[in-house]
Write a protein that binds this ligand. Sequence first.
Ligand SMILES: [Zn+2]
Length: 298
Amino acid sequence: MSGFVPVRINQFVKQYLRNNTDADGDTVRAAVEDALAAWRQGVRCACGNALWVAGSAVAGYGCFRCITGTAEPDGDPEIDAACEGFFFDADNTEDRFAQVSEIIKKHPRDYRERLEEAGFEWQEDEYDLLFEEEGREERAAVPETDNQRRLIRFLDAGGPVSRQILDAYLEERYSETSNVPLIRKYFKRANPNLKAILLKGLAGNPTDLDLLDDLSYFSEFDCMLGELIHFYTDACLKESDMERFSLLAQDFHLNTFDQGYDALHELTTLFQSGTKGAVVQHLSETIDDFEGAEDIPF
Ligand SMILES: [Zn+2]
């Protein structure tokens, strides 16, 4: 591995103090923040290269080469905010906020992950704040419409999933004014009645991308990887529209990969030829590229 390893300021200071026991934490932190501010303002090394923020904090402004005498970093730390492409462009706050709010609007349930995919990295305290805020929203959430009341009554009491209940869920899911924290609470508790609704929906419409996505979210709070794989595989077998098949295969991959499953590999085995085989082949190639790009150290 070569290149920089992005580290948070906190991590960097902690690590530095471990190796330099006589250094003062506040001084080191201030020096890092100063070097980062200089980097943001476009200050460069005397040789013209960009500053190495982590090194500049302890050795004075300079690029990696001038500070270390080594041509290329090789696993050396760099402050994450100064890792190009890792953070949103800090100079362009407006764009950054527009991007963040767009993502939150489109993915109200899993925006944290989506933001991370887009290169946003949470500071630990931001993450805690957000988690607390979500919890507060969920505790305060109460049903506000007849539809929500019907749905919550079922989620709390259970019973057979009627068409009416499934419709109530779908109406809430696609509503512009959906009560997201109210429903999210039941996802987080892995509520079995909620799962029954999702399974009922999938029984009638096994290739529904949104319901499968919901089931994936549910599975984050429940141990059911095998079941999820079964539903996605079944959907991939049944779907005849190639565009939708491609979306299914991508979701299958994204929603199971973190749990250690290689959906594209399994699909390659399942569809060895034909149009579906070609779609899977193409996805394996492009998604591998994407993951390769993510691995490049900054
Ligand atoms: Zn230099």
